[in-house]
Design a protein around this ligand. Structure first.
Ligand SMILES: Nc1nc2c(ncn2[C@@H]2O[C@H](COP(=O)(O)OP(=O)(O)O)[C@@H](O)[C@H]2O)c(=O)[nH]1
Ligand SMILES: [Mg+2]
Length: 282
């Protein structure tokens, strides 16, 4: 059995945990997906079981506590009969952002960064932090900070267009890769999460290029075309609340909700395992 680790990357509140919960449900029960769980192929899934049982009641699950770092291991079977051992980290997104702030990559990350064969970066377009810049400011307006005594630049933290480039640069370095040639490994999946919030008819590539053009250009110039892809993801298909039950969601069951929008497509596909399968070349 080949041992494959997927490094899940993403800040807080981008939908990593709900995706993991829904993925577990699909791997277990969906016989038509590209990947499924081997019988007895998982160790401790209690963290994800909690998520799934909230969803079964039609409720959203809570936030992953900052001290959590769980590596979930599952043995998977591909639709063509192959097997892979998947390692899936579950952690609070704040830990990822602290790498960029402190410029130190802690040991817990280092192993995964070096050994993972696939990186999965979660971005939630509806909550990106994008500060005003020359490109978006209407022409003819004097920028406020030039006439003020204080040199004020909008926003108190990183602009997400720069943040994720910086993150990828640090990880490429930590993985011991060079950017001299375009990379063929690790394979990279960009997940544009909570796709239902966008109400768009664009392809995932169009949304990435529109919202994060610098990141799109950075990846294009450092990864081979065949080694990276962009997916829309809506794990739940709609927004759920932690307190109110969504009766329709509960009565039909979480397995009937959620979809991905595959690369270069605008169509919904209910196989939530597809981006993972793509990373694993299944
Ligand atoms: N609209 C919508 N909201 C979602 C979806 N997936 C997750 N969410 C919400 O997004 C928030 C963050 O999700 P969570 O999985 O905890 O993010 P994490 O911090 O990255 O693990 C929660 O309030 C979820 O209810 C989705 O597919 N659509
Ligand atoms: Mg979480």
């Amino acid at each position: 059995m080949s041992n494959t680790e997927i490094l899940v990357l993403g800040g807080p509140d981008v939908g990593k945990t709900h995706y993991a919960g829904q993925l577990l449900g699909r791997l277990r029960y969906d016989r038509h997906g590209k990947l499924r769980l081997r019988a007895g192929g998982v160790e401790d899934l209690s963290k994800l079981e909690e998520v799934l049982s909230c969803l079964e009641e039609g409720r959203a699950a809570g936030h992953t506590p900052a001290e959590t770092w769980t590596g979930i291991q599952c043995a998977l079977e591909t639709s063509s009969g192959g097997s892979v051992l998947l390692e899936w980290p579950e952690y609070a997104g704040e830990r990822l952002f602290s790498i960029i702030e402190s410029r130190i990559i802690p040991t817990e990350w280092r192993n995964s960064v070096e050994t993972a064969t696939g990186w999965m970066l979660f971005l939630r377009p509806s909550t990106l932090q994008l500060h005003e810049d020359l490109l978006v400011r209407p022409t003819g307006l004097t920028p406020e900070h030039t006439s003020s005594e204080v040199n004020f630049v909008d926003g108190s933290s990183w602009d997400d267009r720069a943040r994720y480039i910086e993150l990828l640069q640090m990880l490429i370095l930590a993985a011991g890769k060079s950017t001299f040639h375009k990379a063929s490994s690790p394979r990279l999946v960009i997940v544009l999460s909570c796709w239902d919030e966008l109400e768009t008819t664009s392809t995932p590539e169009e949304v990435l290029a529109d919202r994060l053009p610098m990141l799109d250009a950075f990846i294009n110039s450092n990864w081979q075309d065949s080694a990276w892809s962009v997916w829309g993801l809506s794990s739940l298909g709609r927004s759920l609340s932690q307190d109110d039950h969504d009766d329709e969601f509960a009565s039909q069951g979480p397995e009937h909700f959620g979809y991905v929008v595959p690369p270069q497509s605008t169509k919904h596909n209910s196989d939530l395992t597809a981006p993972v399968a793509w990373l694993l070349k299944v």
